[in-house]
Design a protein. Structure first.
Length: 132
């Protein structure tokens, strides 16, 4: 955990330098992405040493589903944002489409069958309680 903290705290100085040298606000986002990837790599390496976790298994079971869900959940909000005119209407429509798209992507690509069954049973029990 100390190594992850060292990487995380060094982020502050590097981000400051990046924004100071480039004057581009997006450089903070780029630094965040790079440092997140470095942090994940450090965690994977530590888990490999400490508990014998195989990095390829972690990538297959965690990183790939996250990438698939992210990719699919961005499609509909991007389309709605591009084709709906106006500011307020576009904002609320895109937010609504984003929530629906994310929920659908998670249910279709991001959870296992047993997790999906658990989510469906919990949601249906909440709906049944609300109706009573």
């Amino acid at each position: 955990q100390i190594w992850v903290s060292v990487v995380a705290y060094s982020f502050i100085g590097i981000t400051y330098l990046a924004i100071r040298l480039t004057n581009i606000p997006e450089s903070v986002f780029l630094c965040t992405v790079i440092y997140s990837i470095i942090g994940i790599a450090v965690r994977i390496r530590l888990m490999q040493v400490q508990i014998g976790l195989k990095p390829l298994n972690y990538v297959k079971k965690v990183i790939v589903p996250i990438a698939v869900v992210t990719s699919f959940s961005l499609l509909l909000p991007t389309i709605s944002h591009m084709f709906i005119p106006g500011d307020i209407l576009r904002f609320f429509t895109t937010c609504f489409v984003c929530v629906i798209s994310l929920c659908a992507s998670v249910m279709l690509f991001g959870v296992t069958q047993s997790e999906r069954s658990m989510i469906v049973s919990k949601v249906s029990s909440i709906i049944k309680r609300r109706r009573q």
